[in-house]
Write a protein that binds this ligand. Structure first.
Ligand SMILES: Cc1ncc(COP(=O)(O)O)c(C=O)c1O
Length: 311
């Protein structure tokens, strides 16, 4: 069977190619939408796509909706079943990316959040590696600062906020780097254009706190949990200076798209040995085992999508 991407759109399941919004949709005009990115990881032995931490992604989407005053009346079970059904109907036998969006759907001019209709959609698309997880990323400190909570709250995954990320990412790429690391307005390390940041210091993990204007990542939480439970490593959440990244023993980024990607160079300075460090390597190995459904202890994080699987 040839795989075809499907969407859930205006309360119907339909091929992605048929799911179209009007050009006056408020979310398109003003960025008034919130979203999630959920990875579906293909497990060839099981003949299964596992959605990683879908429940936690919907918890975050609900919080984002509160910030943007988006009505989101769907119960968890309905969200989970819509999402697994979109993947199952699509029939991919490879890694996929699922994008739920809750958005201001009125077709109307007028910048505001109130007195507008809201809607919800989900679509799926194939999605391979985002950054080079083996070789690692060469990064720069962005000249763009991360938006502050007093401007657009970064803890909400707001579509319009991604202009900040896009400015930083394109500047980095056009200057020959793989990824940008943004500072907050106080000059502390915030995050990458689509990733949280960790350093390794004296055998401990250190990562910026939510008050550094980060999106509080689900991969970040996964790594903190695996480090503590499986490797006995503590994570300290505190402000990090730019120069601490230069002198860190190891540095890596986490994100649904980026997985666990080593940062091997920043602003033309090698970090550590200039290649993936030993703690990053151990965490990355463990993380891949977990997200593909190959570690039974964390099976509750992996939601299977296909109801009929290989015997
Ligand atoms: C700006 C930003 N920070 C961090 C992350 C990592 O979050 P998560 O691990 O939940 O994907 C993402 C990706 O969604 C992001 O876009």
């Amino acid at each position: 069977m040839v795989a075809t991407p499907y969407a859930y759109f205006k309360k119907q399941f339909l091929p992605l190619s048929e799911a179209k919004i009007g050009i006056m949709t408020h979310a398109f005009l003003y960025g008034t939408a919130v979203f999630e990115g959920i990875r579906g990881n293909w497990n060839d032995d099981d003949g299964q796509v596992y959605l990683f931490r879908m429940a936690e992604h919907y918890v975050r989407l609900r919080k984002s909706c509160r910030v943007l005053r988006i009505e989101f009346p769907y119960p968890d079970e309905e969200l989970h079943s819509i999402t697994t059904k979109v993947v199952e109907m699509s029939g991919f036998r490879e890694d996929v990316y699922v994008r739920p969006i809750a958005y201001k759907s009125s077709e109307i001019i007028g910048v505001r959040l109130h007195d507008l209709e809201d809607d919800f959609l989900v679509f799926v698309t194939p999605f391979g590696p985002y950054l080079d997880i083996e070789k690692g990323a060469r990064c720069c400190t962005s000249s763009w600062r991360r938006v502050e909570d007093t401007g657009i709250p970064a803890r909400a995954k707001i579509n319009g906020i991604y202009v900040n990320s896009a400015l930083a990412k394109t500047e980095a790429n056009l200057n020959g780097f793989d990824e940008a690391i943004m500072l907050d307005e106080r000059g502390h390390v915030s995050e990458g254009s689509g990733e949280n940041i960790f350093i390794v210091e004296d055998g401990k993990l250190v990562t910026p706190p939510p008050s550094s204007n980060i999106l509080v990542g689900i991969t970040r939480d996964t790594v903190i949990t695996l480090a503590r439970q499986e490797l006995g490593l503590e994570t300290i959440e505190r402000d990090i200076d730019r120069s601490e990244l230069y002198t860190a023993e190891e540095c890596f980024m986490t994100g649904t798209a980026a997985h666990v990607t080593p940062v091997v160079e920043l602003d033309h300075r090698p970090i550590g040995e200039g290649k993936m460090g030993p703690i990053t390597a151990r965490l990355q190995r463990l993380y891949f085992e977990v997200i593909r459904g190959n570690n039974s202890k964390y099976a509750h994080w992996c939601a299977p999508c296909y109801s009929k699987v290989k015997a």
